[in-house]
Design a protein around this ligand. Structure first.
Ligand SMILES: NC(=O)c1ccc[n+]([C@@H]2O[C@H](COP(=O)([O-])OP(=O)(O)OC[C@H]3O[C@@H](n4cnc5c(N)ncnc54)[C@H](O)[C@@H]3O)[C@@H](O)[C@H]2O)c1
Length: 346
């Protein structure tokens, strides 16, 4: 089944589920800037309307076709997909299935939606793409490795995941999604792919998202103490969004079907992250408030990027943590801090 094909599938147009969210809006920005038509489909359960307003404005400036559709991608796609003009539809080469709550507080609040969007929603994305002979790229995650037994984590590590706990609605749904991509390709002779994304940060993340970097930055800007879960010795690796989008785009334009890790392989403990943020906010002195570690919180996260470097034309993350944090802070100060909040009401 392994397919090391280096054939290419150039992007000529993209449909992006979750395009009103953080990563989806950056993919949309990238392809609009390249002059390709983009359709985003989102129900804004965790995303932000301000992201779509930004994309609308950009599309006008670039005179590029752009359509934003408000819909739940778990449900029947035919109700809205027939609204897409034929000329735009014919250009869609890729369907990026990025819709899903992504942070633990939000995916636990929206647990059923999280299960279904990565399974039923993905099935609908595959059927839609097959009709257009387009390629699906599924947003998988480092969470499929669970609490890893080896570090850094290579794609060949099968994971150490609790299937019966508070994180399983996300972790196991993503694992099922990977299996669906594999089985679909196997049985239907297609070339859909998936990327395993490690912690990524940057502008246009919802301030209410709850992941560590956006939490720390919003708390620091509001002069609140930073909430540190556990003793801060747990590690994460943080990738700036433009590096990730470059990696996803290179992967999307191949015919690869196997999983590829994308992220940044520089590992930081959360206490080291606090130190970096402190240097940005000096002379303000940041305080910490400690809380218990959440259930099944992984101790370590660091991608083995050998596959990405080998198969994606020597792709490597470029943006240093401090540089990325400074850009994200600037966005939060200019536009982001008061961005609209997710409904989170399901
Ligand atoms: N950001 C990361 O570090 C990271 C890491 C690993 C994986 N991922 C994956 O990448 C994808 C995007 O994550 P993000 O960080 O941009 O999160 P996000 O919450 O900012 O974006 C997700 C978007 O999907 C939309 N959505 C959710 N369920 C939907 C549904 N049923 N129908 C339509 N739209 C729906 C949300 O409203 C939101 O706009 C997710 O699939 C996530 O699991 C992200």
């Amino acid at each position: 089944m392994a397919n090391k094909s280096t054939g290419s599938t150039p992007i000529t147009g993209a449909l992006i589920t979750g395009g009103g969210g953080f990563l989806g809006s950056h993919l949309a920005e990238r392809y609009l800037r390249a002059g390709h038509p983009v359709i985003v489909v989102d129900n804004f359960c965790t995303g932000m309307r301000s992201n779509v307003e930004f994309l609308n404005q950009l599309a006008k400036e670039k005179a590029t076709a752009f359509l934003a559709i408000e819909a739940n991608v778990i449900e029947d796609w035919s109700t809205w997909s027939r609204e897409i003009p034929k000329a735009t539809l014919s250009k869609i080469s890729h369907v990026f299935h990025f819709a899903s709550p992504a942070s633990p507080p939000l995916y636990q609040e929206l647990a059923f939606d999280t299960l279904w969007v990565n399974t039923k929603g993905l099935e609908r994305a595959l059927a839609f793409a097959d009709d257009l002979a387009a390629r699906v790229i599924f947003a998988s995650t480092s969470e499929i490795y669970g609490d890893p037994l080896i570090t850094p984590q290579p794609e060949s590590f099968w994971g150490n995941v609790n299937s019966f706990g508070y994180r399983s609605c996300y972790d196991e749904a993503k694992r099922f999604g990977e299996s669906l991509i594999f089985t679909h390709n196997w049985k239907k002779k297609t070339h859909h792919g998936l990327v395993r994304i490690f912690n990524t940060y940057g502008p246009r993340m919802n301030p209410s998202d709850g992941r560590v970097i956006i939490n720390f930055l919003t708390q620091a800007l509001r002069s609140e103490p930073l909430t540190l879960y556990g003793d801060g010795s747990q590690t994460r690796s943080f990738c700036y969004v433009t590096d990730l989008v470059e990696g996803i785009t290179r992967y999307a334009e191949t015919k690869l079907i196997e999983p590829v890790n994308l992220g940044n392989d520089r590992e930081f403990s959360l206490l080291e992250l606090v130190e970096v943020i402190q240097t940005i906010f000096a002379p303000k002195k940041l305080e910490l408030v400690h809380q218990a570690l959440p259930h099944d919180d992984p101790r370590q996260r660091r991608p083995d990027l050998t596959t990405a470097r080998t198969l994606l034309n020597a792709w490597a993350p470029q943006v240093q943590l401090k540089e990325g944090l400074i850009k994200m802070r600037a966005w939060l100060e200019a536009d982001g801090l008061d961005s609209n909040k997710p409904k989170g009401d399901k």
